[in-house]
Design a protein around this ligand. Structure first.
Ligand code: GLY
Ligand code: MN
Ligand code: MN
Length: 438
């Protein structure tokens, strides 16, 4: 399961066409990610910039892609040249010649010479499209422009328009191709396996970080080299910390464990949350609250189809949460009033879901012309309602304190509705208890 070279080429062609369609002389410049220092002279594992990866499939730092429709070679890559000594210390490099052959670019040269090349590529260009949030790239491009400005007598002409490239790429990445969907189904499948393993492994006295290690082991055994984001294993009240990643507590009998973990496969993210009892059996009050969140998730899922939107899904989830919380006495008052004032929002401060793709919180706008963006086939998103009641929450009976529940699945919008890619992760009370008994 791979994205074929032809698809990367197609994406670059589309951007070249968009540049041409501006009716100006325009280029796009996209930079690779840089290694980040972890401590002194060791680095974090390298993770490519998602947009750079989307356009090249190339996984090395110190690289730059230039798309210049007017140039003799419209697709140019600058990367690290082969260097026996550097490769002995730091790892293999694709190198200049193989980059042309394997990445299908028109021209490749050493990143060491990129400044000289950029002087030529940007001279006489009106607009430069690039990522404004990439400080190093912006700095580099402005240095090129400054040099062009100082030499008008040599006939140089510096660009005048600096435009953010991000919105174009966000629009392209928003609708996933058939190949991307297959890769994402695999990311989802591996993520499910991680959760299944966690449910088998968890038991009182084990540690949250040990559960996380089991999940990462399972990911690796199926070809996913890293989690797509920092794994969250929150037992007991830790589940109420939305991005809890300390994962240092010991699991206690009688507690719930919330796991939010997803595999990264071929650059694409899975993002699943399951919440289950450490000892394998829901206490009645845990089961009741769990079923409220589950009903909210099912209500939200049922709304998903082309033309609908995330707000419609949230409305359905909000109704189910209000109803359920009212029934359990966690909310008190009239259903209509509570719904109107969105009282459930006290228990779920995060959004219902987000786009999913190369980034776990993937790019793409959520509104269009002041309205919620309607779903289209090929969009991928998460649906993840939750209820969190930390200790000390006023107005809620103490029996509920210290409990956090979230249920998260990954869905594709299809022509007729949706496909839940992560449905195989045990989710109902019966499924979870059955699975944990094994
Ligand atoms: N794992 C982050 C999120 O669910 O949004
Ligand atoms: Mn998540
Ligand atoms: Mn999520």
């Amino acid at each position: 399961m791979m994205i074929p070279l032809s698809e990367f080429q197609q994406r670059r062609q589309q951007l070249l066409q968009q540049l041409e369609a501006t009716g100006t002389k325009a280029v796009a410049v996209v930079a690779a990610a840089q290694l980040q220092t972890r401590s002194r002279d060791t680095e974090y594992p390298f993770r490519q910039d998602s947009d750079f990866y989307y356009l090249t499939g190339f996984n090395e730092p110190n690289a730059l892609l230039v798309l210049a429709p007017h140039a003799e070679h419209p697709v140019q890559l600058f990367c690290q040249p082969n260097d026996a000594l550097a490769e002995t210390w730091q790892g293999r490099r694709l190198g200049i010649e193989r980059a042309v052959a394997e990445l299908g670019v028109d021209y490749c040269a050493s990143i060491d010479d990129v400044h000289t090349h950029l002087i030529k590529l940007l001279d006489g260009v009106e607009r430069v499209y690039h990522h404004h949030q990439h400080d190093a790239l912006t700095h580099q491009l402005h240095a090129v422009a400054a040099e062009l400005r100082t030499a008008p007598k040599r006939g140089f002409q510096a660009p005048v328009g600096w435009i953010d490239l991000q919105p174009w790429l966000a629009d392209m990445r928003m609708i996933k191709s058939a190949n991307e969907l297959n890769v994402m189904r695999e990311a989802a499948r591996i993520s499910v396996l991680g959760h299944q393993r966690a449910m088998r492994f968890a038991q009182p006295n084990r540690y949250e970080y040990q559960v996380a290690a089991e999940i990462h082991h399972e990911f690796a055994m199926h070809g996913a080299l890293a989690p797509a984001y920092n794994t969250i294993c929150g037992s007991g009240e830790n589940a109420c910390i939305l991005h809890y990643t300390d994962n240092c507590a010991q699991l206690q009998d009688g507690e719930l464990l919330l796991i939010d973990a997803g595999a990264e496969y071929q650059g694409y993210a899975g993002d699943i949350t399951r919440t289950f009892p450490v000892n394998g059996r829901f206490a009645p009050y845990q089961r009741d609250l769990y079923n409220v969140v589950l009903a909210a998730q099912e209500a939200a899922l049922a709304t998903l189809k082309p033309g609908s939107d995330i707000q419609t899904a949230l409305l359905a989830a909000g109704k189910a949460l209000t109803e359920g919380l009212l029934e359990l006495g966690i909310l008190q008052g009239s259903y209509a009033d509570l719904l109107a004032e969105q009282a459930y929002r006290r228990f779920m401060i995060h959004g219902l879901g987000h786009w999913l793709g190369l980034d776990v919180h993937d790019v793409g706008t959520y509104s269009q012309a002041g309205k919620n963006r309607p779903f289209e086939p090929g969009m991928v998103l998460t649906i993840e309602p939750g209820v969190y009641i930390p200790h000390g929450m006023t107005g809620v009976a103490e029996q509920w304190h210290g409990i956090g529940i979230r249920i998260e699945d990954n869905v594709i919008i299809t022509a007729s509705g949706y496909e839940n890619m992560t449905a195989a992760a045990p989710k109902t009370v019966a499924e979870i208890e059955q699975w944990m008994k094994q």
